[in-house]
Ligand binder design. Structure first.
Ligand SMILES: [Fe+2]
Length: 332
């Protein structure tokens, strides 16, 4: 069952109120600055289900939440990513994501992606792009069942640089005029992950067809989702397109679709007051809701950077016409 949206952020979530936290910006991001607040203890606590449920609600409200200097093991990270979704009502068949070009002999199993600067530059196509804003995306929206929550721990970082930015889909929706919101609510978009088919071909490997949910088993990774969706945890509307994977607005002509998508991508990347930029310290953990945020890395560093990412799968994205917007819910 969807959890009702709260009108006051973290303090309402009783089980988390014992931990110090503050909002990174008015619209997105909450930081738990105290290094004694450890996710490892949270997931092992006797009331772990209550704590993780409240954490999931907070992440869905704030888009992304940060914890400093964490000792979370990979096993705990996997458990946390799965529990965040389970405790907020995701389908039983939705498990952790296994990437289409993940390998069976992956260091920590197929559910753990090693985010490494060794391959990131080539993978993101950064060298062929002229603008850093080209990297904005939500994870795996090309799947029938895309991600709900993602948990990333960055353990090795350059001395300076390598920040990650997140943008709020809630606020992106709220910034549009009522007429434009209504127009977008009647549209669907095609999300395309065929870039991974190309990668697989180059690497001479097969696409992994076991990707964490029975619906995600095709080698063709193309999905149609509404342009505006409702977050099932907060019951709030959010803009659900991204430059990384959204290729077409289905109800429009090619020219109209290209124009509209370009406008929406700029709407996200050029409104820096709906974004948060995070400067990592070693072993910081970010947890975000992929349904209501986009993110992008900053490739401005030369030293080695590496982290472990685990992605949970949610349900099929939908628009509930009776859901509302974040600003309306908060009386802003
Ligand atoms: Fe990502």
């Amino acid at each position: 069952m969807p959890t009702a949206v709260t009108t006051s952020p973290p303090s309402f979530l009783a089980s988390l109120s014992q931990y110090e936290s503050y909002e990174a910006t008015p619209v997105i991001g909450t930081i738990f600055p105290d290094r004694t607040t450890q996710l490892s203890q949270l997931v092992e606590a006797s009331n772990a289900d209550e704590l993780v449920h409240d954490l999931a609600v907070l992440v869905s409200q704030r888009g992304v939440v940060f914890f400093k200097e964490q000792d979370l093991t990979v096993e705990q990270q996997k458990r946390l990513a799965q529990k965040l979704g389970e405790l907020t009502g995701k389908p039983e068949t939705s498990k952790l994501y296994m990437h289409p070009i993940s390998r069976l002999d992956a260091e920590f199993g197929r559910e753990v992606s090693v985010i490494t600067s060794k391959t990131a530059v080539n993978k993101s196509g950064h060298l062929t792009r002229s603008r850093a804003s080209g990297g904005w995306h939500s994870d795996n929206t090309y799947e029938q069942i895309p991600s709900d929550y993602a948990v990333l721990r960055m353990h090795t970082l350059p001395g300076i640089g390598g920040d990650t930015l997140w943008a709020s889909g809630y606020e992106a929706y709220d910034r549009l005029s009522p007429a434009y919101q209504k127009f977008l609510e009647g549209l669907t978009a095609t999300h395309d992950g065929s870039i991974f088919n190309e990668h697989a071909k180059k690497l001479g490997i097969e696409i992994n067809t076991d990707r964490g949910a029975p619906e995600n088993s095709s080698t063709e990774m193309v999905a149609v989702h509404p342009v505006i969706i409702t977050n099932p945890v907060t019951n709030l509307k959010t803009l659900f397109i991204n430059r990384g994977f959204t290729k077409k607005i289905n109800e429009l002509t090619t020219d109209e679709s290209e124009n509209l998508l370009e406008y929406l991508y700029r709407h996200i990347s050029e409104n820096h007051d709906l974004q948060v930029r995070y400067r990592w310290q070693p072993n910081d953990v970010a947890i975000w809701d992929n349904r209501v945020t986009l993110h992008t890395a900053t490739h401005d560093f030369t030293e080695y950077r590496e982290g472990y990412r685990v992605i949970g799968l949610g349900g099929k994205p939908y628009l509930d016409p009776n859901s509302t917007s974040r600003r309306t819910a908060l009386n802003l």
